[in-house]
Design a protein around this ligand. Structure first.
Ligand code: ZN
Length: 220
């Protein structure tokens, strides 16, 4: 029997189940809806819940503990462990896949470090890819967006969420191609996707990776 991780009661009229990006089963129910009927509904939807949970948990993303020490983060698609140590500066050891964080404000320092590196990597990839695609853009900026990985304005100003730095390089390249394709097509038309496919033939697989790893948007 599957247990819900959270039951949220409100003024709603119907019962709804959802599996969040961490694989937790969330039940939304009317205020006085009987518990046994909730459990009956869960049982009825068991196959769907198990499938969703497997999909989410397969990505293996967990929420970081309050003290970040020992937490494993994805960095360019590779597992990287955080260590909170006596240091003044954030240190990165590529050989041992480790990031060393100072004891004072480790979370803020990590986020700043991720943002700086995201800016450097994404600016570089965007510049190179724009040349390959024969297009230009106004600027590259890094945001803290949790709802989207990237965006391109009407004036061709490109924004990426710093969280994109968790993704493998090929996935990052897909997002860059996607945003640059918007400098030519301001929509998601067939012509837009044809343009994307010219540079990333398996863009569907990359998009799927981002969807499956949606929880990465919420860890910090
Ligand atoms: Zn788009």
């Amino acid at each position: 029997m599957i247990q819900p991780d959270e039951i949220i009661r409100s003024n709603r009229r119907t019962l709804a189940l959802s599996v969040d990006s961490f694989g937790r089963l969330i039940v939304r129910a009317p205020k006085r809806f009987p518990e046994q009927r909730i459990f009956a509904f869960i049982q009825e939807k068991e196959a769907w819940i198990l499938r969703k949970k497997a999909e989410r948990q397969g990505a293996g993303i967990k929420l970081p503990p309050e003290n970040l020490n020992g937490y494993t983060l994805l960095l360019l698609g590779k597992q990287c462990t955080l260590y909170v140590v006596q240091t003044a500066k954030v240190g990165y050891d590529a050989e041992n896949n480790a990031i060393y964080l100072p004891e004072k404000n480790p979370r803020e320092r990590l986020i700043r470090w991720l943002k700086n590196n995201a800016k450097r990597i994404l600016s570089e990839v965007t510049e190179r890819t724009a040349k390959t695609m024969g297009t230009t853009y106004k600027s590259v900026n890094i945001s803290s967006a949790k709802s989207r990985w990237g965006s391109c304005s009407g004036e061709d100003a490109i924004r990426y969420s710093f969280r994109l730095i968790y993704a493998p390089k090929e996935v990052i390249e897909y997002v860059v191609v996607h945003e640059l394709a918007h400098t030519k097509h301001k929509n998601h038309s067939k012509a837009f996707w044809t343009e994307v496919a010219t540079y990333v033939p398996d863009w569907k697989a990359k998009r799927k990776w981002l969807k499956l790893h949606g929880a990465l948007m919420e860890i910090f």
